[in-house]
Write a protein that binds this ligand. Structure first.
Ligand SMILES: CC(C)C[C@H](N)C(=O)O
Length: 550
């Protein structure tokens, strides 16, 4: 087997190799495709010859012989032949593959895993070659930004308006002008995903890290990175699992420390890491498969049996009620409760009553047991993580209840405070995030399962508020009694697992909740979980920055 640095090197070459086609402009793309085709022609011609191949035009010659190069690029070609929004790219790659097989008899890899998610059947997902104009443009955008349409993007495309905001923000955070250098951005993303053992995103970010000139040594783990990055590990850890513990001293330590983070750099880093913590929850919540060209995404063996059940075979589930098929009355009962709440006049609750309701939801949440399937992190993830046993702990069970009161959203809210501070320290990001939060919060199609013209706002609000509640954030004007009326225990358990312990979620958990919802709606719920959690983390982080500054 190749040693690790060789694998890293190979990834890098391969990415560069395929980078030549990532253009919106068809003429530029055509040039790239011609180059790709002629490169492979040259490789095929020299196949078997031990001579080094010189493809100096895109500088990929690195001592690999032609045969090895061809084989190493096959997974990439396979990916492009299937999962690219540009037809010309798909067709060219298909013909190159056919050529390789025909002229040299090389066995081609096959895709495994059936689509972007192992929770959702492939033909229930929006295809990459969709005819829908808006989605098509978004896929093209995503392809140019990421050199691929990642599974995660394909899944989000159930909700194109949201995807639009998402792509803009992620592109801005990772690829546009900003306080942090590119290698730092991708490395911080990797460290963030490490907190939830999200190897899927780690692999994607490691590729980007290399593509943007990152030092391959760093991918050996946190012992190989500059101290400045290491200093960020602690705040990353706390933010990921117990953000209420962040204080201005954490900020101070980084700003005034030996390795001096500027306030802008730190803001960039904090936003990046909240973005990737939250994104990790989405990856697990929707059961994303590895990309086709990742090791688990394809096979060269002809007798490989697709084992899509590998995730569902797990017998542990969220809670006892997971086995209850009728979910406390099902969708019609839920809709009746929603209707009742909307029609009932706003109850005049006293402050004490509201506080009590909040505390009740909070302590009930602490009683909910989540999936017991605790995966042990693999070495390739652990190397980016410090103190892996530090995880979410119920806010209601925090050690110093008196010292850490719940977070009053009215005292420090996204709209009034977080938004402008973010914009001030890192130009424009506040606006982008604001659009994305609003989109996720307000998105509705007025449907629920097979029902149309449904006002779903109370249900969506309950989800959002419940997540904030698990992180100790209280909205004065919300009636927390609604959470208990609208979110049955099993759904709460799912929300808690995805949000706080995403790495523990199983297919059975996904199948066991919101049974009458469509997959697109389950993904919709997951998008809300992602955004509400990101906002919760960010509120704590920005409040600490504000306290440091004043
Ligand atoms: C999460 C879903 C129940 C949302 C619903 N489909 C809506 O249009 O609002």
């Amino acid at each position: 087997m190749a040693d690790e640095s060789e694998v890293v090197q190979r990834d890098k070459e391969s990415l560069r190799f395929f980078h030549v086609i990532c253009y919106r402009d068809p003429i530029a793309r055509k040039k790239g495709l011609d180059l790709l085709k002629s490169s492979f022609d040259a490789l095929i011609d020299r196949y078997g010859s031990p001579r080094e191949v010189d493809l100096s035009s895109n500088n990929i010659s690195n001592g690999f012989d032609a045969k090895r190069q061809i084989i190493e690029h096959l997974p990439g070609l396979l990916r492009l032949s299937i999962q690219c929004p540009f037809k010309d790219v798909r067709e060219t790659c298909k013909s190159i593959l056919a050529d390789i097989k025909e002229r040299k008899g090389i066995k081609l890899p096959r895709k495994i895993g059936g689509g972007p998610s192992h929770f959702i059947a492939e033909n229930d997902v929006v295809p990459v070659d969709t005819e829908d104009e808006q989605t098509k443009l978004l896929f093209m955008e995503a392809f140019i930004q990421n050199n691929r349409v990642p599974n995660i993007i394909q899944l989000m495309s159930y909700h194109p308006d949201y995807l639009d905001c998402f792509l803009k923000t992620q592109h801005y955070l990772l690829h546009e002008d900003g306080p942090l250098p590119f290698d730092y951005r991708h490395y911080i993303s990797i460290m963030a995903c490490g907190r939830h053992q999200c190897s899927y995103l780690i692999k994607l970010q490691a590729q980007e890290f290399l593509l943007h000139g990152g030092n391959p040594e760093w991918l050996k783990g946190i012992d190989y990175v500059p101290q400045k990055l290491k200093d960020f590990l602690e705040i990353n850890k706390i933010l990921a699992h117990r953000p209420w513990l962040i204080t201005k001293e954490h900020i101070e330590k980084l700003i005034a420390g030996k390795n001096r983070w500027s306030l802008s750099e730190l803001t960039h880093a904090l936003i990046l890491c909240t973005h990737f913590h939250a994104l990790s929850t989405f990856v697990f919540g929707c059961g994303l498969n590895d990309e086709i060209d990742f090791q688990n995404g394809h096979t060269f063996s002809s007798n490989h049996v697709d084992n899509d059940d590998s995730y569902s075979s797990d017998s542990s589930s969220l809670s006892d009620s997971a086995n209850n098929s009728d979910e406390e009355g099902g969708l019609s009962a839920l809709m009746a409760r929603m209707k009742e709440l909307t029609e009932r006049k706003e109850e005049e609750l006293t402050i004490e009553e509201r506080l009590k309701d909040f505390a009740k939801v909070e302590s009930q949440s602490a009683e909910i047991t989540t999936s017991q399937k605790i995966p042990s992190p693999r070495a390739d993830i652990l190397r980016y993580v410090e103190d892996p046993n530090f995880t979410y702990k119920d806010f209601a069970k925090r050690d110093s209840v008196t010292e850490i009161p719940s977070f009053r959203a009215q005292d420090y809210s996204w709209e009034e405070h977080g938004f402008s501070l973010a914009n001030r320290l890192y130009n424009e990001i506040g606006t982008l995030l604001d659009d994305k939060f609003n989109m996720a919060y307000n998105l509705t199609y007025y449907t629920m399962g097979n029902n149309t013209q449904v006002d779903t706002s109370s249900f969506r609000k309950a989800i959002w508020s419940y997540i904030h509640c698990m992180y100790g954030i209280r909205h004065d004007d919300y009636n927390y009694g609604e959470v208990n009326q609208l979110l049955e225990r099993n759904l709460k358990a799912y929300i808690k697992t995805v949000t706080c312990y995403p790495e523990r979620l199983t297919k059975k958990d996904y199948d066991g909740v919101m049974k009458e919802f469509k997959h697109s709606e389950k993904v919709h719920v997951n998008l809300m979980l992602l955004e509400a959690r990101m906002q919760a983390e960010l509120l704590y982080a920005l409040r600490a920055v504000m306290k440091y500054m004043t």
